[in-house]
Design a binder for this molecule. Structure first.
Ligand code: NAD
Length: 352
């Protein structure tokens, strides 16, 4: 059975990728996840002959080597990271530890193991690193990020991801280690931890709580439904050229305020407030995030023209599925909320 090792597979995007691999391929999936506050074991299937969950750290070189040697995956897909910009502003060191040092440990350990493989197995192996469009900085000039846009990270989160991207690049360039990198815009969809903009707004709007919006709400992000991100990753894994980076996006630029309005209006239509008022009245503008990038905009034409990938969802269809999922899955929310008091964080920040 072909085996794939997915790190950070109990998180939001990694979990979607694990579920897709189990549903759409015959691969055995090994999930390695530390289960930080953002890792939810219940988001992915139980262990079976096709799924093995290993709780552990990507920086634990012994464990990583053991998993590689035991299961001999044809690919490692790395989602493991600290991912929340607001947390990186409050405590940047953890982001350097996980996103830079431990990501390097994972790369190095995988490279050492890979060196010992036979030539034909070596040639088929791939290390795919999942990264963000935030490494490019803010697209204030009206243009879009391409794969050749110079890196210009502005937050501790994006700086740490940029550093990891450079190490991935260096491992390929220096040692011929077969890597691929994807840089994606903001994701949304089921199972997203409710500190990120869309789930937080859905949950607050449902319970009639204030909807905190940074600054004037005019910051622009490109939004991609998480299932589409995961099909892009699978496409790059299967067909991407080694050493290349591929931008992934949804061709759906919206202001944060547009997103919050869409959520309010959708929920008003599904489940009106008792007094009949609009949930837009719950919006509360709050002091802007320090160093808040104004606009992210991604050109993903390389992925479309070279590898034939296109997103299947529009923002409207994806949002409607997402809102429906949060309404239909109170058990998952109860698990997350029992483990973590999400209410203590303002955290309406971008997912990366
Ligand atoms: P997430 O925070 O939901 O999940 C991260 C997962 O990594 C969690 O399950 C956590 O337990 C695990 N993890 C953290 N540190 C670990 C460690 N040291 N060892 C093992 N596991 C560890 O994040 P996400 O939103 O799913 O993002 C996944 C990846 O995609 C990240 O690398 C992120 O930078 C990137 N990305 C995210 C977005 C987005 O919009 N969320 C967009 C583009 C790229």
């Amino acid at each position: 059975m072909k085996t794939i090792l997915v790190t950070g597979g109990a998180g939001f995007i990694g979990g979607c990728f694990v579920r897709q691999m189990l549903d759409r391929t015959g691969y055995r999936v090994i999930t390695l996840d530390k289960l930080t506050y953002a890792g939810i074991r219940e988001s992915i299937p139980s262990d079976s002959d096709r799924h093995v969950f290993a709780q552990g750290d990507i920086g634990d070189t012994g464990l990583v080597h053991q998993l590689l040697a035991k299961y001999e995956p044809f690919a490692v897909v790395n989602f493991a990271a600290e991912s929340h910009v607001d947390r990186s502003i409050d405590g940047p060191r953890q982001f350097v530890e996980t996103n830079v040092l431990k990501t390097f440990d994972l790369l190095h350990t995988t490279h050492q193991w890979w060196k010992g493989l036979t030539d034909d197995v070596k040639a088929k192996f791939r290390f795919l690193h999942v990264s963000t469009d935030e490494v490019y900085g803010s697209a204030d000039d009206g243009g879009k990020f391409t794969e050749t846009t110079p890196y210009s990270p502005n937050s501790p989160y994006s700086a740490s991801k940029a550093a990891s991207d450079f190490f991935v690049r260096a491992m390929q360039h220096t040692y011929g280690f077969p890597t691929l990198t994807t840089n994606c815009s903001n994701n949304y969809g089921p199972y997203q931890f409710p500190e990120k903009l869309i789930p937080l707004m859905i949950l607050n709007a449902l319970s009639g709580k204030p909807l905190p919006v940074y600054g004037d709400g005019k910051n622009i992000r490109d939004w991609l439904y998480v299932e589409d991100h995961c099909t892009a990753i699978a496409t790059v894994l299967e067909k991407g050229r080694l050493g290349e980076t591929y931008n992934v996006g949804g061709n759906s630029e919206r202001t944060n305020l547009d997103i919050v309005h869409t959520i309010c209006d959708s929920l008003d239509a599904i489940s009106p407030m008792e007094d009949g008022s609009s949930r837009r009245n719950l919006i509360k503008f709050v002091t802007d995030r320090p160093g808040h990038d104004r606009r992210y905009a991604i050109d993903c034409s390389k992925l479309t023209s070279e590898l034939g990938w296109e997103p299947q969802e529009t923002l409207e269809t994806g949002m409607s599925k997402t809102i429906r999922w949060y309404l239909d899955n109170p058990e998952w929310l109860a698990i997350v909320q029992a483990k973590h008091d999400t209410s203590t964080r303002l955290g309406q920040g971008d997912a990366p």
